[in-house]
Every structure is written in structure tokens, then in C-alpha cells.
Design a protein. Structure first.
Length: 150
């Protein structure tokens, strides 16, 4: 299975939570999808990213990877940078390594969809095929972005 950074953007928290339940159900079937860590974030009306789901506790896993934290920082501006650094610091990657891994085109594409009041799942996962996750995201009217890790 390939390790991926998967970002799924949805119109609302309710829709994202329903998709999240589908992600969990698919993962439990043990058919080639294993989430290592993940968070749910929302961009508020002022453009600030808010970490959802039990404040700073990850939605999946016990630690947020440095790339996830770095992406949150890049999407959230100055406040997001502090939040991203705080939750991703345990990953041990230097800031320049994170920026190299998360190219400007990817960040710009995600930013164009993650507009105020929209919600994104940011997952670090092992994935045999993108088919099922894509079907879940698109079935809820969302957009999905991927970046291979490792």
C-alpha cells in the first residue's frame, strides 16, 4: 500500500462527519485503507483554521504527522502556522523539508476549495487504491487531493 497525504474538502461539518464515518467503515473492512493519523479542520468566516473534533486531539491516531501540521500551517496563514507547528511538531521534520514535500500547486489547489465555512479532513493513510475514498468524497460533493508520502 502507498502512504498518502489525503485532503478531502466538504461544504459543512455535518457532511464531513458523515464521510468520516464512511472512511472508518471502509478502514474496518481491512480492504487496503489504513489511516495513520487525521484531523478535521474548518476555515472560519475570517479565514482562520479551527481544529475540530475534541479541540486538539486527532480524529484518528495519537499523533499528527509533521506534514499534516505543516499543511495546516500553510493553509491557515500566521495563526494556522502556529497551530500547525504545535500539532505537527512531534513529527520531527524540518520546516524546509515540509515545504519541499508540500508543493505550492497542491497548497493552492486545496486553498481554492477550502474557503470560509468549508471543512477538510487531512489524513495520513496507507491506501492500496484511491477508488473507494474518491467515491466517498465525491458522493458527498467534496473534493479530494493527494500527495504521496515516502
Amino acid at each position: 500500500m502507498a502512504q498518502q497525504l489525503i485532503v478531502a474538502v466538504f461544504d459543512s461539518v455535518d457532511v464531513a462527519e458523515r464521510a468520516g464515518r464512511n472512511f472508518r467503515n471502509f478502514e474496518e473492512k481491512d480492504l487496503g485503507f489504513k489511516v495513520e493519523s487525521g484531523v478535521l479542520v474548518q476555515k472560519d468566516a475570517t479565514g482562520k483554521l479551527i481544529l475540530l473534533n475534541k479541540q486538539t486531539r486527532p480524529f484518528w491516531g495519537t499523533a499528527i504527522g509533521a506534514l499534516t501540521g505543516g499543511l495546516i500551517g500553510m493553509l491557515g496563514g500566521p495563526v494556522g502556522a502556529l497551530l500547525g507547528f504545535t500539532i505537527g511538531a512531534s513529527g520531527g521534520l524540518a520546516e524546509h523539508a515540509i515545504k519541499d514535500a508540500l508543493d505550492d500547486d497542491l497548497v493552492a489547489s486545496i486553498s481554492s476549495k477550502l474557503t470560509p465555512n468549508h471543512v477538510a479532513f487531512i489524513l495520513e493513510a496507507q491506501e492500496a487504491s484511491p477508488f473507494e475514498v474518491d467515491n466517498i468524497v465525491l458522493g458527498y460533493g467534496g473534493s479530494v487531493f493527494r500527495k504521496p508520502l515516502a
